[in-house]
Design a protein around this ligand. Structure first.
Ligand code: CUA
Length: 329
């Protein structure tokens, strides 16, 4: 192959490989190169800031990398002798002023834009106390638990009223580790730290939004996914009232099993922890309570701060699991 054809083949191959690699990211379900569609005023402002900065950095990237490629090709050595000297150039005042003043203007624009957007990201819009709900978001290894104003609890799914300010108190239990509560469509990311309370808020239309833990917190960190189920206020009220009235019931127990226990255990085979099927512990309230509150071996004390009713709820559910097979002699 003549050298120019050879070179063209390499360049086409690299361009194709690059295009393929970028196409995956561009078409990804999570919004591609852009953040997922914002659904809360603070998330809107974060996305605006992202796009504003991206426009400048994108243009600079194309300009710098583009000229790099042009210079590499245009001024390559080619057939000139290795010892040939290039033209000697001293000073280009206009160019130098330009590349000093332009970045200053760009940085000023970015700074001004961010400071303009910041207050609306930090503070929730003013709302009457009646249109404001505070929900405590608790990060635990490896699940999210939600505490509502009336004392109700849910695990794995937060239910929240639509189109009003929902304040989030973000915490982690004293004996747990750091987690980070992040619902990309509903605003920023906040750490859940033992001994410290962080606050965030959202105001979202009816819908279901995915939340994830974004702080490496242990072996099942990647499974710490939760959902925020935003519903009309009446439906929210109904949910928390029903929950409150049945805090020791099957529904909460099933949630605890599916979200807390199943993250590390299966009934019929060893997963992160041992198989639980047929384990007499599942029907032994005292044994379950001890294990949840104190942990066991490598298992963290996942239920150290559960109420007695929450433990009863789990028992109510485990009672419905298949009974252990009788041992054949
Ligand atoms: Cu919790 Cu990562």
């Amino acid at each position: 192959m003549p050298p120019s054809v050879h070179r063209r083949a390499i360049v086409s191959f690299l361009a194709l490989a690059g295009a393929l690699a970028l196409a995956g990211a561009a078409l990804a379900g999570n919004g591609g190169f852009l953040p997922s569609t914002p659904e809360s005023p603070n998330a809107h402002r974060i996305t605006d800031a992202y796009i504003f900065v991206l426009a400048f950095t994108g243009a600079i990237f194309i300009l710098v990398e583009g000229s790099l490629v042009v210079f590499i090709v245009r001024y390559r050595r080619g057939r000139r002798a290795r010892t040939a000297e290039g033209p000697q150039i001293h000073g280009a005042t206009r160019l130098e002023v330009l590349w000093t003043v332009l970045p200053v203007l760009i940085l000023t624009a970015i700074g001004a834009f961010i400071f303009y957007k910041l207050p609306g990201i930090k503070s929730a819009p003013a709302a009457k106390a009646a249109d404001e709900t505070t929900i405590t978001v608790e990060g635990r290894q490896f699940y999210w638990m939600f505490h509502y104003p009336n004392g109700a609890v849910s695990v794995g799914t937060m239910v929240a009223p639509a189109n009003e300010v929902v304040r989030e108190r973000i915490v982690s239990a004293a004996n747990d580790v750091n987690h980070s509560w992040w619902v990309p469509q509903l605003g920023g990311k906040f750490d859940a730290i033992p001994g410290k309370t962080n606050y965030n808020w959202f105001k979202a239309p009816v819908g279901t939004y995915v939340a994830r833990c974004s702080e490496l917190c242990g072996i099942q960190h990647a499974k710490m996914i939760a959902h925020v189920h935003v519903v009309p206020r009446a439906q929210y009220e109904q949910f928390i009232a029903k929950r409150k009235a049945n805090m020791a019931g099957y529904t909460l127990g099933k949630e605890e099993w599916d979200v807390v226990c199943s993250t590390c255990h299966r009934l019929d085979h060893t997963y992160i922890g041992p198989a639980l099927g047929g384990n007499p512990l599942l029907r032994d309230r005292k044994g379950i309570e001890r294990t949840l509150r104190q942990g066991f071996g490598k298992m963290p004390a996942v239920g150290s701060d559960w109420s007695g009713q929450q433990i009863d709820a789990l028992i109510a559910y485990t009672k419905t699991l298949p009974r252990p097979k009788p041992q054949t002699p």
